[in-house]
Design a protein around this ligand. Structure first.
Ligand SMILES: [Zn+2]
Length: 341
């Protein structure tokens, strides 16, 4: 990535897309509208009450439009589906003399190999009230929401990887404004997670047992220039070589492998989102995700990443895979330190 602080680095130079939440009319995630969702898989009802009725503080339902769906009973674990050789007849776009048709690569079916993606895709509703931003949840409610994220992740511990994400605002990809997280339990480990696992493992081997992120955090705390805040449980930093303006990473002070087996972080998450709200308006549009250890991996250090949606991606990023960040993480951290409560 490139850090290219241009004309200015002030937060008011950003004009994130205006977001005026529409309100609770017809919202399937509001308390009382439970019949508008598929039946719940888990809910927290401190005072008791019927499943799929009111009285809950958090509620998890299957995603109505899942990105991955459970395997049908009887389907094989590795049902490799291979596309056949396509387009052997003439069409408006090719003639028999076309060198594309003369290609012998049709005998190498792996070029277009694919396989079905199985798993579970759930929605965790963070509050019974129609709140558009995590910043609007009271401390206790946010703690309950984070506890529900953890509970659902533990429920899928037999998956190769469990991805917890949260989109907030239409520019972030959220299709419903009522605050909710999403969980994808997958039968494969995504490449970026696998790369991090490799790096963490290699560092541990080279240093006879040190945690890569633990060492980074120690150094960030010592230097202080990218540190936003720290409490008893976690630290909040703007990562070195941040790819996006005001990107933040929440890191537990102790190297715990799995987010879902740890406890802390909800209070700091609330502070981080309120700081973004203070700088960029309420409700603030953002993406958030948890990076936790894949199944079977013992040595890892979970973290939670948070990116305010301040600008759309450009063709340069798509063409090169190189992000251009116009706010250095040091400047972002300084601004966020002033804004955080
Ligand atoms: Zn709602």
């Amino acid at each position: 990535m490139l850090v290219a602080p241009g004309r200015s680095e002030r937060p008011d130079d950003f004009t994130p897309g205006a977001w005026h939440p529409a309100g609770h009319d017809g919202c399937p995630f509001c308390e009382g509208n439970e019949s508008k969702t598929p039946p719940e898989v888990e809910a927290d009802r401190p005072e008791g009450g019927e499943a799929n009725g009111p009285g809950w503080v958090t509620r998890t339902v299957p995603n109505l439009y899942p990105a991955v769906a459970p395997r049908e009973s009887g389907e094989a674990a590795d049902q490799r589906k291979v596309a056949g050789r396509a387009g052997t007849e003439s069409s408006a776009f090719s003639s028999p003399a076309d060198p594309l048709l003369a290609s012998g690569r049709g005998s190498e079916p792996d070029m277009f190999a694919s396989r079905p993606a199985y798993g579970s895709h759930e929605v965790i509703v963070n509050s019974p009230f129609h709140l558009a931003s995590l910043a609007e949840l009271e401390e206790q409610s946010l703690a309950a929401a984070v506890a529900a994220w953890r509970s659902r992740m533990r429920a899928h511990s037999d998956s190769a990887y469990v991805q917890l994400i949260l989109n907030q605002g239409p520019d972030s990809g959220a299709s419903l404004e009522h605050s909710h997280a999403q969980l994808g339990a997958m039968e494969f480990v995504p490449p970026s997670v696998a790369r991090e696992r490799e790096r963490v493992g290699a560092y541990r081997e080279r240093t006879a047992g040190a945690s890569l992120l633990g060492e980074i955090l120690r150094e960030e705390v010592r230097r202080g220039e990218r540190l936003v805040a720290i409490d008893e449980e976690v630290a909040l930093i703007c990562p070195w070589a941040s790819r996006h303006p005001y990107e933040m990473r929440l890191v537990p002070r102790r190297p715990v492998a799995r987010f879902e087996e740890d406890e802390g972080g909800a209070a700091m998450l609330g502070r981080a989102i309120r700081a973004l709200t203070e700088l960029f308006g309420n409700p603030c549009q953002l993406n958030l995700w948890v990076r936790t250890a894949p199944r079977g991996v013992e040595h890892f250090h979970w973290h939670l990443d948070l990116i305010p949606r301040l600008e759309p991606a450009s063709a340069f990023e798509m063409a090169t895979g190189v992000d251009i960040n116009i706010v250095s993480p040091e400047t972002a951290a300084e601004t966020l330190r002033d804004a955080i409560d």
